[in-house]
Write a protein that binds this ligand. Sequence first.
Ligand code: SAM
Length: 219
Amino acid sequence: SDSHFPVPISPSQFDCTLQYPQFLKSDSSKKIEFADIGCGFGGLLISLSTLFPDKLMIGMELRDKVTEYVKERILALRASNPGQYENVSVVRTNSMKYIPNYFEKGQLTKMFFLFPDPHFKEKNHRRRVISPHLLDEYAFVLRAGGIIYTITDVEELGVWMKSCLEGHPLFEALSEDELEADPVVKLLSTATEEGQKVERNEGQTFRAVYRRIASSLPR
Ligand code: SAM
């Protein structure tokens, strides 16, 4: 249960020097910008780490053993590639409850939801990691211009995620040209363990990539 892992009471209490000891030695003011929600075995983070060596990124994963595996994987990569993978880390947490405990308003520039659990039954839709209510939280921690990336092989879930994003006043879809130009988009279906499984089985995927827009409310 939740009582088995510590949760910072607020973002300022989240001690990142434990996550990125080397990186923060040279620039202690840097903050986490990318969050991979339900990161699983960490394949996306590992790819992003070298693609964006100057950005700090974190995976959030509920399963204890999986989180430990990702920690070990990162430590092994750091050990065998000195100076690399110092910008990537993982934390065990329930992202559906604690996102605001980890990130300040407008801190993140990218959030990832790759192949999340589908929760098929109507009464379980409230357990989905994308919902109108949770999008309010994601909009809060994302900076204007920040991007939310989602992908799934479950059509029903893909339609659901897209409709939640489409219906939210603070998100707009990226255009086809923008999707084409973004190197991260290509990783969505290839970099994670779940994505690779779907690719091996030649399964279809459903993607929704949206930008956090600035609030248009009158001041
Ligand atoms: N994104 C990875 C990939 O594409 O390979 C993993 C996909 S896996 C189907 C979904 C992951 O989300 C699982 O590892 C699960 O433990 C994690 N998860 C589910 N609910 C979560 C929550 N509330 N907070 C954090 N992680 C969660």
